[in-house]
Design a protein around this ligand. Structure first.
Ligand code: NAP
Length: 272
């Protein structure tokens, strides 16, 4: 068996076309503000992708850069200004931040109704309380990726337990009646868990963490991880997993583009 590839670019294009159609109808166009307070090379790539997607859909985009001399107060003050600026519909704090900044305080300064990433305590609380609201973009993208894919059973294993991906995803899968196991860096015998997964999601950032012997035949495999060696980008899942999986996402071109599209969906939602 050779796995079918879940085409993230195509799914993202469809979402972006739909967003563009909505934005075309809007008198006041949404504007996304992105705070970049780091010199993380991956962040630069993500921000470029977000700017490009904004251009495609007619959403305005403003990037605010803070250098390594910035203070916590300055960043918080800027976010408060954006909160009060009627022209700004959504705000993203691009992670990671400079090490001296307090991520929790900065994320929670964003007004929940402008929190495009869904990472404020209030929006995460709504998610964990099963209330309707904005869902973090990457878990949302993973749900979109599996929307039209048949998963042969209800055992889901999520590798990674971050606030950005693993935890919200586990909750969303529970809402969809999966039996969910969450693994992390302290999990012993990771393969014993992943081998039971009808749906296996890896969100770690370690090349070849998941090998063929760790996956179940026929599993749907979603590779969220990103690691870089030189100019090349890798996921967490080794190539040989394609031999036994039923469906798999590519890296790059898998969850990444869908995540950007889902983020813009949130921005449009906040503008309505
Ligand atoms: P993170 O906050 O660093 O979390 C990584 C998670 O992986 C942690 O829960 C960690 O466990 C776990 N982990 C580390 N080593 C492990 C191991 N050997 N076995 C099992 N689990 C292990 O990262 P994140 O923000 O969730 O992102 C995860 C990955 O997805 C990164 O590569 C990131 O670049 C990528 N990402 C991609 C997209 C996209 O759009 N494609 C979006 C977001 C993130 P502990 O909790 O025990 O430390």
């Amino acid at each position: 068996m050779s796995a079918k590839i879940i085409d993230g670019k195509r799914i993202a294009e469809e979402i972006l076309e739909n967003i563009k159609a909505q934005v075309d109808e809007m008198r006041t166009k949404p504007v996304l503000a992105i705070i970049n307070a780091s010199e993380d090379p991956a962040s630069e790539i993500y921000i470029k992708a977000k700017i490009k997607a904004c251009e495609k859909t007619g959403i305005g985009c403003e990037v605010i850069i803070f250098d390594s001399n910035c203070t916590q107060k300055e960043v918080v003050k800027k976010i408060k200004e954006l909160n009060n600026n009627e022209k700004i519909s959504g705000i993203i704090v691009q992670l990671p931040l400079w090490k001296h900044l307090d991520e929790e305080e900065i994320l929670n300064t964003v007004l929940p109704k402008k929190d495009a990433d869904g990472l404020t305590d209030i929006n995460l609380g709504r998610l964990f309380g099963n209330k309707k609201g904005i869902v973090p973009a990457t878990p949302h993208a993973i749900l979109k990726a599996i929307e039209d894919v048949e998963v042969s059973g209800k055992n889901a294993v999520v590798v990674g337990r971050s606030k950005l991906v693993g935890k919200p995803l586990a909750h969303l899968l529970l809402q969809k009646d999966f039996t969910v196991t969450v693994c992390h860096s302290k999990t012993e015998n990771l393969g014993e868990f992943t081998k039971n997964a009808d749906l296996l999601v890896s969100a770690v950032g370690k090349k070849d963490l998941i090998t063929k012997s760790m996956a179940k035949s026929g599993a749907v495999v979603i590779d969220v991880g990103i690691s870089r060696f030189g100019n090349k980008i890798y996921g967490d899942v080794s190539k040989d997993v394609c031999e036994i999986a039923s469906y798999i996402t590519a890296v790059p071109g898998g969850i990444g583009p869908i995540t950007v599209a889902c983020l813009l969906e949130s921005v449009v939602e906040y503008t309505k």
